[in-house]
Design a protein around this ligand. Structure first.
Ligand SMILES: [Zn+2]
Length: 296
């Protein structure tokens, strides 16, 4: 039974010779469980080649995807949140901010920048879910407001990419004020006759849905994105009724008239180019009777 026993003694494989699959080489789709290489997953812009499940990606990935050669100029990159309410939950808010900044390399839950999309000038604000659930606090509101101002001053269209759990509870009322502020800035953008496209990605909820995310001249979404205001449990308890299946998906929201279209991430740049080209000539002229742009 020598095959059953280890004949040679003292066989030791050094760590560097052990054949293990390195981490991050394979991707398993959470929906259909199809396995693909990370390289293939990246090539498909983090969508599943089998079921087209769209993985969540970061602001940096959208900038890479949309701006020509990934080149853009970032706006207000160094804006940090204060702690106006001295808020403490499981840890103090400033500590949470510092830890999140360290883990993510971000300064808050939105990044804004301007560059060229297939040669067309564009200002983009993209939210990042890794920063406290993409929650909207005063920095998010202020950066979006300033990005809209930049678009107005330079007569450029504005694209908002939302991915958010809603208002940031650590800033309570200050977060809610951002809804009014961003909406007012968008009204000025509209008065100036400049297009605003809102892209809703998974998930877009709470105060973000209730303000800038739904105010686009075009409201578009990624397939399968969760879009809603309150969570299903809260709604069910409030209205005391069962809810239709999948009622907060982009597809359901589209069917009920709240979206203009759903766009596959792989076609996003082309669709945006078409849309902006179509809107281009009108964008050059302010609407009749529109007030001149006030200094910002
Ligand atoms: Zn899949």
């Amino acid at each position: 039974m020598s095959w059953f026993k280890r004949v040679e003694k003292g066989i030791v494989t050094p760590t560097e010779q052990k054949k293990e699959t390195p981490d991050g080489l394979w991707y398993k789709c959470p929906e259909c469980k199809t396995v693909a290489t990370m390289a293939e997953h990246k090539r498909l812009l983090y969508t599943c080649g089998n079921c087209n499940h769209h993985d969540r990606i970061d602001a940096a990935d959208y900038f890479d995807l949309l701006f020509d050669e990934g080149k853009f100029t970032e706006l207000d990159a160094d804006m940090h949140s204060a702690d106006p309410l001295h808020f403490v939950d499981t840890k103090a808010y400033p500590q949470r901010l510092t830890a999140t900044e360290k883990n993510t390399g971000l300064t808050d839950a939105v990044r804004t920048g301007h560059g060229q999309l297939n040669g067309l000038g564009l200002v983009v604000a993209a939210m990042d879910f890794r920063f406290i659930g993409g929650s909207m606090g005063s920095v998010v509101g202020e950066k979006i407001a300033r990005a809209i101002d930049y678009a107005r001053q330079n007569r450029l269209p504005f694209l908002m990419i939302s991915r958010s759990g809603g208002a940031r509870m650590m800033e309570a009322g200050f977060s809610l004020m951002q809804m009014a502020k961003t909406s007012a800035k968008l009204a000025l953008l509209s008065e100036a006759g400049l297009p605003y496209i809102s892209l809703l990605t998974d998930p877009t909820t709470g105060g973000v849905t209730a303000s800038f995310a739904m105010l686009g001249d075009f409201n578009i979404a990624e397939p399968g994105a969760l879009i809603g205001f309150a969570g299903p449990r809260v709604i069910k308890e409030t209205i005391g009724k069962d809810l239709p299946k999948g009622f907060q998906s982009a597809e359901f929201v589209l069917e009920h008239g709240f979206l203009d279209f759903i766009v596959d991430r792989k076609e996003l740049k082309t669709r945006l180019t078409d849309l902006l080209t179509m809107l281009g000539p009108t964008a050059a002229k302010p609407k009749a009777g529109a007030k001149s742009i006030q200094p910002v």
